[in-house]
Ligand binder design. Sequence first.
Ligand SMILES: [Zn+2]
Length: 113
Amino acid sequence: MKRKFERPYRPEWEQDPLLSSWISRLKEDPDVAFCKSCNCKLVTRLSSLKEHVLSQKHEKHMIGYSGQSSVQQFFKISPLEEEVKKAELNVCAMLVEHNLLRHSPVRGRKLLR
Ligand SMILES: [Zn+2]
């Protein structure tokens, strides 16, 4: 038997920017809301869900939780590639800062290859 104030799960909550990253239906009971971040059942009422968002428990679990892998995580750049990019940026910044392309365009182009 359901409690007096519980309401069925509303799929539109999954579109709400405040809730969308962590809310889902409980697999065993589709009328119950579930926090994927805290791994807990929630009272299926919007005011309770908003209270949950503000709770210390939820805030703690949301640190580092995105709900899904980002494209950047999937194509994670290795530390060596990161260093090469930084070095390339430094060379470009130096060329621009000292206006080397204007004084020696051929030499500047060779550096960029
Ligand atoms: Zn939570």
